[in-house]
Design a protein around this ligand. Structure first.
Ligand code: RB5
Length: 144
């Protein structure tokens, strides 16, 4: 299950991401926002992170105007590793090296085509399980 959330700046891109998840026949949960009315991005970061930390979702996708606000909010949660990606290389590397469990995207930064390529690359890349990457992720948890 993939939890998806956005604020008004990410609403249009969220619709495209949901279309992609449907096409890929991936189970998802749309945690809002559900229109372009002004709202606050920490609300949706909280919903997505709690859905992952409760075990209901395996991964999450968060979108705001820049992707920065939602990624800052998500990374405050212990056990959440949120990666703001603007290119395909980073999307693959953050899954392989950081085992990121949340992808953050900037709805006002990325074109739809690139955003969907990034999302596909992130979804398709497995964690490497290499010792050095496991060690570094464990070190992240020790930071608090
Ligand atoms: C909302 O206007 C905007 O600030 C928000 O979507 C996001 O870009 C924050 O980081």
């Amino acid at each position: 299950m993939i939890a998806v959330g956005c604020d008004q700046g990410g609403f249009l891109l969220k619709q495209e991401i949901i279309k992609l998840l449907r096409e890929r026949k991936l189970e998802y949960k749309d945690l809002g926002t559900y229109d372009e009315g002004s709202t606050d991005y920490p609300i949706y970061a909280k919903k997505v992170c709690e859905c992952i930390l409760s075990g209901e979702a395996e991964k999450g996708i968060l979108i705001c105007g820049t992707g920065i606000g939602v990624s800052m909010a998500a990374n405050r949660y212990k056990g959440i590793r949120c990666a703001l990606c603007g290119d395909v290389f980073s999307a693959k590397a953050t899954r392989s090296h950081n085992d990121s469990n949340v992808l953050a995207l900037g709805g006002r930064v990325l074109g739809t085509g690139l955003a969907l390529e990034i999302t596909n690359a992130w979804l398709d890349t497995e964690f490497s399980y290499e010792e050095r990457h496991i060690r570094r992720i464990n070190m992240l948890s020790e930071l608090g």
